[in-house]
Design a protein around this ligand. Structure first.
Ligand code: HOZ
Length: 425
């Protein structure tokens, strides 16, 4: 038994499934997870001494690579001053200024501790602001483990076969209307069937918890129009895409202004964080100004703020987005060329530093297309890649992430290994 195997045995005795977040358990790809001893740049070093080129990047936050020296220095400096104050601190103000500067739609922002808290709070705020109960979400979109949002959800919920989680009262789920992504008719019908009842549409503008799905031309614009026409709050969940696909996320790329945005991952520089923000008129409904209650002992934690501020400042000074586009297209081309040579149907949706693999004949436009793809073929490639030093996400329904540290030999080497893996299928 190697070190990871024996750690997993011990973990399984005490932690459900041996993991603190389900996708990590490798249930869908098969086998047992490795344990990571340390991480540096684009590499994970396992407890068994294996060096892996990492395309999970801690599920998104590590946009500058692991253990980035600037983030480490910022955390070290903050650490010298204390780990948590329970009072306002100067970092929170700087963080709010940066977020408002980066994200076009955000006039005011509240920090919290995870993406789940961000979407949960944004939904509550939308309900409090509109005085309505129902929300629309899209099949395959994952917005964290929020009760009313774990309906036809993506990510681990889909991977492990619980898109509608047990433990959620039917009366809660009844307030969630689930429609197909890229299907404007269904969204319009939902408004017609529930006039003046829909508080919010919540959407990952580029769904990234069901592989990676891109919007048809005009789809996001239609959502904006329908929300405006019906007095409904449009919430973009940019926990995955925020700061990653552009400084201002998808909303900057597509030029659409949501009313609220949920954020997380990159703004914590690798420490636990979330945030939600948007129009001042809506945000001012939050306590202590308004009647919508939301709170957190560790919200605005100085260490997380210092790490996130360093990460955001680095994005501003380095502008890595053109480089991400090049690296992403290097991988995409290598994968598609290899699949063509092998005669395997493959779709590789890719935007900048995010890409996914669907073994499917046609582009994937929604949950149904994604779940019809050949996930077993992905699993075969996953294990080939792992054996040859490349770590892909352990589920066909997760997105691969590129970081600045992949630049150069890592991206080329990984492209070669993945192409060879496709040949070997
Ligand atoms: N929800 C994350 C993927 N979309 C998984 C987080 C984790 O397992 O660490």
């Amino acid at each position: 038994m190697n070190t990871s195997e024996s750690l997993f045995e011990r973990a399984k005795e005490l932690i459900p499934g041996g993991v603190n977040s389900p996708v990590r358990a490798f249930r869908s790809v098969g086998g047992a997870p490795f344990f990571t001893e340390r991480a540096e740049g684009a590499h994970l070093y396992t407890a068994d001494g294996v060096d892996l080129i990492d395309f999970v990047c801690t599920w998104g936050p590590a946009i500058h690579g692991h253990n980035d020296p600037d983030i480490r220095a910022a955390v070290g400096e903050a650490l010298n001053k204390g780990t948590s104050f329970g009072t306002p601190n100067p970092y929170e103000v700087e963080m709010a200024e940066l977020i408002v500067d980066f994200v076009p739609s955000i006039e005011k922002v509240r920090m919290c501790n995870s993406g789940t808290e961000a979407t949960m709070s944004a939904i509550r705020l939308a309900r409090g602001y509109t005085g309505r109960d129902k929300i629309i979400k899209f099949a395959g979109c994952f917005h964290g483990h929020v009760d009313s949002l774990l309906v036809k959800a993506g990510s681990g919920a889909l991977t492990l076969g619980n898109p509608d989680s047990a433990g959620i009262p039917a009366s809660f789920a009844a307030e969630t209307i689930v429609v197909d992504y890229n299907n404007t008719d269904e969204v319009r019908a939902a408004f017609e069937n529930h006039p003046n009842q829909i508080a919010a549409i919540i959407v990952e503008p580029y769904p990234a918890n069901c592989g990676l799905i891109l919007p048809d031309d005009g789809f996001l614009e239609h959502l904006r129009e329908l929300c405006t026409a019906n007095g409904t709050v449009l919430i973009f969940d940019e926990v995955m895409t925020g700061f990653r696909l552009a400084k201002g996320g998808v909303q900057e790329r597509v030029g659409i202004t949501p009313d609220l945005t949920a954020l997380g991952k990159i703004i914590g520089g690798g420490l636990p964080v979330g945030a939600f923000g948007g129009k001042a008129e809506i945000m001012d409904c939050l306590a202590p100004l308004g009647p919508v209650y939301q709170a957190g002992t560790l919200s605005g934690n100085p260490l997380a703020m210092a790490a996130g501020i360093a990460a955001l400042k680095k994005l501003k000074s380095e502008d890595p987005y053109p480089q991400f586009e090049e690296m992403g297209s290097t991988i995409r081309t290598a994968l598609l060329d290899a699949a063509k040579a092998k005669g395997l149907p493959l779709q590789v949706p890719q935007v900048g530093s995010m890409f996914a693999l669907f073994f499917a004949e046609e582009p994937v436009r929604n949950y149904g297309d994604a779940t019809a793809s050949a996930t077993e073929t992905f699993n075969t490639l996953f294990h080939y890649a792992l054996k040859h030093g490349v770590y892909l996400p352990p589920s066909a329904y997760e997105t691969c992430f590129i970081c600045t540290a992949h630049n150069g030999s890592d991206i080329e080497r990984a492209a070669e290994i993945l192409a060879a893996g496709i040949q070997a299928i």
